[in-house]
Design a protein around this ligand. Structure first.
Ligand SMILES: *Cc1c(COP(=O)(O)O)cnc(C)c1O
Length: 385
């Protein structure tokens, strides 16, 4: 076996992007300004959405969105047990209660049936997560809501930008969809995110909620001429994205569909290579454009930590997406979860690890990863079932 070093992830930004940052440094405003506005128009066009707002992270954007929906103490928000901790943390941060639900064992996505069983009269919202880049059926989830109860849908699109469900992009059936432009996401500017919505009243509140709750934006406050007083009627946080980072996004967005062709090719190659092994991976439903953000595999709870060590020893970058959120110390201490409440999420979370998948990984690098999976990891599972 040849020996190589394969990182978990390599970004696709180049030093040429430094010129874009240099151009922002020549302008009077370093914070949110004209470049961000252009990116927001680009997002509206890409998603066919009425409104878009850039934010400095998915997390802060979600806190602002929950504040804008007046969700707080006494309210329940349904979230998947199988997701990144941030999906649940934002609910805790506004003082509401996250209600965890399990997932489908094939896709690891939440289902309308699981959602239905978790709805109470205190349910104010749900945050479906498009795990690994495969979209949930948001319309089917919406269709099972009681007709006499307003339940807001906030799509967690941190794993997807370019995906489609039945030809439909995120945002169509939800109140708001939130993206992450964190360093490893499919569209990135290092740290950042965006909120899209078709609800103009909600958008007005979101714009305030991302700027301290102020009634007029910073750019307006400092406009040449008369000083204008601003008010504050609702609590807000600080979540706006500065132009210094926003300037990296137009090119990332223009090229995301091109990069997806390569992501899809890489994912199919892994799937084909692993088909005949004991290593499992999530199923993709038909009619889906999957954004192939991550490639998680399942090696079983008995083998996972040894597999992480073995892959590390042969210099293959790996990570875990994710251990079941209710089993994290904070949540198990606060709500008494043992893991048994969400068996599918728990079992997946104890046996999963993610392997390198990013545009720019070479054939040799991917072949090396596959070679190790088949000749080391699959053997380990065979001997240790
Ligand atoms: C990355 C991620 C987030 C958080 O995004 P940030 O921009 O880092 O706040 C939220 N949800 C999921 C599913 C994620 O993977």
């Amino acid at each position: 076996m040849v020996h190589m070093q394969v990182p978990f992830y390599r970004h696709s930004l180049s030093p040429e992007n430094a010129q874009l940052v240099a151009k922002v440094l020549e302008t009077p405003f370093l914070t949110s300004g004209p470049i961000g506005k252009e990116v927001e128009a680009q997002l509206c066009e890409y998603f066919g959405a009425k409104h878009a707002k850039l934010v400095n992270s998915w997390t802060n954007g979600a806190v602002a969105t929950l504040l804008a929906m007046d969700i707080g103490p006494g309210d329940e928000v349904i979230v998947p047990a199988m997701t990144f901790i941030a999906t649940a943390n934002v609910v805790e941060l506004v003082g509401a209660k996250p209600v965890f639900i399990d997932c489908d064992p094939d896709t690891l996505l939440i289902t309308p049936e699981l959602v239905k069983a978790a709805i109470t009269k205190n349910t104010k919202a749900i945050i479906p997560v498009h795990m690994y880049g495969q979209m949930c059926d948001v319309k089917a989830i919406k269709d099972i809501f009681p007709k006499d109860q307003k339940i807001s849908i906030i799509e967690d699109c941190a794993h997807t930008f370019e995906a489609k469900f039945d030809g439909v992009r995120p945002g169509k059936y939800s109140d708001a969809s939130i993206f992450s432009f964190y360093a490893t996401k499919n569209v990135t500017c290092g740290e950042g995110g965006a909120i899209i919505t078709n609800d103009s009243n909600l958008f007005e509140r979101i714009q305030q909620a991302i700027l301290h709750g102020m009634s007029a934006g910073a750019a307006d406050r400092f406009k040449a001429g008369q000083y204008r007083h601003w008010g504050m009627d609702h609590l807000g946080t600080k979540a706006n994205l500065p132009d210094l980072l926003a300037c990296l996004l137009p090119d990332q967005i223009k090229t995301v569909d091109q990069r997806l062709i390569e992501r899809e090719k890489l994912a199919l190659k892994y799937e084909k290579a692993l088909e005949k092994t004991k290593i499992r991976f999530p199923l993709t439903k038909s009619g889906i454009v999957h954004s192939r953000h991550l490639f998680p595999i399942h090696v079983g709870a008995n083998n996972r930590d040894q597999a992480l060590l073995s892959l590390g020893e042969v210099n293959i970058g790996v990570t875990v997406n994710y251990r079941s959120v209710p089993t994290m110390g904070y949540y198990s201490n606060r709500y008494g979860f043992t893991g048994q409440e969400h068996p599918v999420s728990n079992s997946w979370g104890n046996g999963t690890l993610s392997i390198p998948l990013f545009p720019g990984i070479t054939d040799e690098e991917q072949d090396y990863v596959i070679d190790v999976l088949i000749n080391k990891i699959d053997k380990m599972i065979g001997e240790n079932q």
